[in-house]
Ligand binder design. Structure first.
Ligand SMILES: [Zn+2]
Length: 63
């Protein structure tokens, strides 16, 4: 799990919120390639969490 800053969930697409696309670049990721960033609290919904995922190049660029 990374501590890198993530984009605000409100700025992301549904695919990015579902973990179907990289949170940073929007590239579609699959279970095989995605880097799971762990559960994050949703800033606009404190009792909820979302589960961002990233493509490997973006995850490596943000340790
Ligand atoms: Zn990416």
């Amino acid at each position: 799990m990374t501590t890198a800053q993530l984009p605000h969930p409100r700025t992301l697409t549904d695919d990015q919120l579902r973990g179907a696309a990289c949170v940073w670049c929007g590239t579609t990721v699959t279970t095989a390639t995605a880097v799971d960033l762990g559960a994050r609290p949703d800033p606009s919904c404190p009792w909820a969490s979302w589960y961002p995922r990233a493509c490997p190049p973006c995850a490596e660029a943000r340790p």
